[in-house]
Design a protein around this ligand. Structure first.
Ligand SMILES: Cc1ncc(COP(=O)(O)O)c(C=O)c1O
Length: 364
């Protein structure tokens, strides 16, 4: 059966290499994974307790409306019930948005070096992806994006991960304000993907919810996979106007959020102390990485996420393979346009130290 070029050229999303696979393939006993920007200490103990307490109920279908989880998240975000839709990971919501709002031949706009899920979702509905270049310091060029938006009427959705993965860079409040002066009047959606928002330390980071109150076409994506430590349960959410949520709900699978995920998220968002603990650990880990990388004379991009992108000074794939043999999994980023770089997530302090020891060894 013939398929179009779009699909033939599509490269599948390459996740971080699993620990079990690395142990199996390389015959290793101990492996440290710092490849998927996961929480090093996992979810709130209250979330784990909720999973245990509800495990015997898994023979029943989950609550398709996610009543309790929705209430907890309404309170967390200060939004109404009809402004929220949940996805099996926020990546499912990118899919649904593209299904509802893109016609074949229309386009999304994002930046080179941006998280790749948007391109895959757009391609799956036969839409195109328009990319602007990164700036010299590997940040999104919002001015170029605004120009592109003005000249290309095919663009219907703009995807802006802020901070971005894998660069860890962000755009500022004033840069986004200027962008919205153009995009705010257009018949396009501007999706702010704030997967890493909790880790941001920059004072001039734009408040997505603040912009959303002023511009009806700003949609927000959040995830339970990062600071909440629930990546394996797959829960993401979108905050959007009720009419958008209503249309997206028509496409969403009725039971896309499983019952254990629902009780875990409900407990996790209420444990503010745990969230603060993860943030503190992340910032300490990042600061440790910065000083270690400086000590090794390796360039890196200051990060607003829970990971850092650094320049190995040589072929990144080769350094990645050498690190695997040392039992450390990082993430190669050649497909994002960084053939010499690797992305390293913040882990536990002892994991961070071990990763730096291994890096020194393979680079020496
Ligand atoms: C920018 C960005 N958005 C979204 C996600 C995915 O989140 P989820 O696990 O909710 O699908 C990631 C995961 O790495 C990410 O880096």
């Amino acid at each position: 059966m013939k398929v179009t070029e779009n699909f033939l050229n599509l490269q599948p999303y390459k996740p971080g290499k699993p620990i079990s696979e690395t142990k199996r393939e390389l015959g290793l006993q101990e492996v440290i994974k710092l490849a998927s920007n996961e929480s090093p200490i996992g979810p709130s103990p209250a979330a784990l307790e909720a999973i245990r307490a509800n495990a015997s109920e898994v023979y029943r279908y989950p609550d398709g409306s996610c009543f309790e989880m929705r209430r907890a998240l309404m309170e967390y975000f200060g939004v109404e019930a009809d402004q929220l839709i949940f996805g099996n990971g926020s990546d499912e919501l990118v899919d649904i948005l593209c299904q509802v709002y893109l016609e074949p031949g229309e386009a999304i706009l994002t930046s080179q070096g941006a998280f790749s899920a948007y391109y895959i979702s757009a391609t799956s509905v036969r839409a195109k992806t328009v990319y602007t270049s990164l700036t010299a310091d590997s940040r999104f060029d919002l001015e170029a994006m605004a120009l592109e938006l003005q000249k290309n009427p095919k663009i219907k959705i703009v995807f802006l991960p802020n901070p971005n993965n894998p660069t860890g860079t962000y755009f500022t409040d004033s840069e986004f304000e200027k962008f919205m002066q153009v995009a705010g009047n257009k018949d396009v959606f501007v999706v702010l993907d704030e997967a890493y928002v909790e880790f941001v330390r920059a004072k001039d980071y734009p408040s997505g919810q603040g912009f959303q109150r002023r511009f009806k076409n700003v949609l927000l994506l959040r995830t339970m996979s990062k600071v909440f430590g629930l990546a394996g349960l797959r829960v993401g959410l979108m905050i959007a106007p009720p009419e958008v949520i209503d249309l997206m709900n028509r496409v969403r699978k009725p039971f896309n959020i499983n019952s254990l995920a629902q009780v875990a998220v409900t407990a996790a968002v209420q444990d503010r102390a745990h969230i603060e603990k993860v943030k503190k650990l992340t910032w300490e880990g990042l600061d440790f990485y910065y000083s270690a990388l400086k000590g090794m004379n390796l360039d890196f991009l200051p990060s607003q996420g829970n990971f850092v992108l650094f320049d190995t000074g040589r072929n990144g794939e080769e350094v990645y393979q050498a690190l695997l043999r040392e039992g450390v999994i990082l993430r190669p980023v050649t497909s994002y346009g960084f053939p010499r770089h690797l992305r390293m997530s913040v882990g536990l302090p002892e994991e961070n130290r071990a990763a730096i020891v291994a890096l020194k060894k393979v680079l020496s």
